[in-house]
Design a protein around this ligand. Structure first.
Ligand code: G1P
Length: 306
C-alpha cells in the first residue's frame, strides 16, 4: 500500500532559514578559483551564488547563512551596498543597473560563519547549528543550479511542514553518473512525484548503487540533524557526510521523503556545467537572447558543422 502523504499541515514547523555551504576549495575549477570564489563566477551577468540566494528568497527563506572558508569573504561583499558605484549609476541615470546592484543587498539578510577545517559537507552544515537553533531549515548547494523557471524549493518546504522529518530533492540520472552523488532507495506514496526514502548511500560504485535516483543539493532538514552529524563518523573520502547523518536519522525513525525533480538543473561546479547554464540562460533572456541565439546558431553552423 503506498503511504498517504497528508494534505493538511500537521505539527511540523515551517523552515524559515536557508543555509548555503560555500566553503569548498573548488578544485574542479582551478586555476580560476584560486583567488576568486567559484560561487562568484558569473552565469551570464549574475554570480552563481546570487541565483541560489534568489531561489531561497523565492521560497520564503530570506534569512540566509553562508558557510564560508578562508579567502572567500568577497562573497559577503556582493550582498552589501556599494555607495560609490550607486552614485555613479545615479549620475548617469542608469536606473536598471542601479537597481541590479542594490537588489542583492536588500533581498535577504545574509549571515556568515567560517568552516575552519574542510571536513566535509556534514561538518559544514554543523557550523550552522548556532544560527539555526531548534527549527527546521533548508540547505542549498551552490553547485546544483536549478533553473529559476522550474522552482521546487517551495514544494519541498511545504511538504516538510506536513510530513516533518527530512525532505530531499531527487533526480533520475544515467547509471554512469550515480557514483558522483548520494543515491536513494525509494517507495512510492499516493502523491505524484513524492516518494518515501528507504535508504541513502553516499557515492556508491555503479554496481553497488541501489537506484539511479540521486540526491540533488536541496534539503529541508530538522534540527535533530546537528546531533546526528556529531554522531556520524568519517565516511566517503574521509569526510563527515551529510548523507550518512541523514541515513542515521532515517534508521532511528525520522521520516525521509523525496520530491522528484523533472526540471532544468546544471552542475555549475565545473567549467562545462557553468557554460551550459550560461548559454541556456543567455539564449532565453529577452534582452540579450535574440542576438546571442543568432550568433550561436551561426557559430555552430560555421565552425562545428563545417
Ligand atoms: C554532495 C552530497 C551528495 C549530493 C551532491 C549533490 O556531494 O554529498 O550526496 O548528491 O552534493 O550535488 P558533492 O558534490 O559535494 O561531492
Amino acid at each position: 500500500m503506498p503511504e498517504q502523504v497528508p494534505d493538511t499541515p500537521q505539527r511540523a514547523q515551517r523552515a524559515k532559514k536557508a543555509v548555503i555551504p560555500a566553503a569548498g576549495l573548488a578544485t574542479r575549477f582551478l586555476p580560476a578559483s584560486k583567488v576568486v570564489p567559484k560561487e562568484l563566477f558569473p552565469v551570464v551577468d549574475r554570480p552563481a551564488l546570487q541565483y541560489v540566494v534568489e531561489e531561497a528568497v523565492a521560497a520564503g527563506l530570506d534569512d540566509v547563512l553562508l558557510i564560508t572558508g578562508r579567502g572567500k569573504s568577497l562573497m559577503i561583499d556582493h550582498f552589501d551596498r556599494r555607495p560609490d558605484l550607486e552614485e555613479r549609476l545615479k549620475a548617469k541615470g542608469d536606473q536598471a543597473r542601479l537597481e541590479a546592484i542594490i537588489r542583492p543587498a536588500e533581498m535577504a539578510t545574509i549571515h556568515s560563519v567560517r568552516q575552519q577545517e574542510a571536513l566535509g559537507l556534514g561538518h559544514a552544515v554543523l557550523c550552522a547549528e548556532r544560527h539555526v537553533g531548534d527549527e527546521p531549515f533548508a540547505v542549498l548547494l551552490g553547485d546544483d543550479f536549478i533553473d529559476e523557471r522550474d522552482p521546487v524549493l517551495p514544494t519541498m518546504v511545504d511538504l516538510a511542514a506536513t510530513t516533518g522529518g527530512i525532505v530531499l530533492l531527487l533526480m533520475e540520472v544515467p547509471w554512469e553518473e550515480v557514483h558522483r552523488y548520494g543515491v536513494a532507495v525509494v517507495e512510492p506514496t499516493d502523491t505524484p512525484d513524492v516518494v518515501r526514502v528507504g535508504g541513502l548511500v553516499e557515492k556508491p560504485a555503479r554496481e553497488d548503487a541501489p537506484s539511479n535516483l540521486i540526491v540533488v543539493g536541496r534539503y529541508v532538514l530538522p534540527p535533530g540533524i546537528f546531533d546526528a552529524i556529531r554522531r556520524t563518523g568519517r565516511g566517503r573520502g574521509g569526510e563527515i557526510q551529510l548523507t550518512d547523518a541523514m541515513e542515521l536519522m532515517r534508521q532511528e525513525g525520522t521520516p525521509v521523503h523525496g520530491v522528484i525533480f523533472r526540471g532544468r538543473r546544471y552542475d555549475t561546479g565545473t567549467p562545462e556545467g557553468c557554460l551550459q547554464a550560461a548559454i541556456r540562460l543567455a539564449c532565453d533572456r529577452d534582452d540579450i537572447g535574440p542576438e546571442f541565439r543568432q550568433w550561436l546558431v551561426e557559430y555552430v553552423d560555421r565552425e562545428l558543422r563545417g
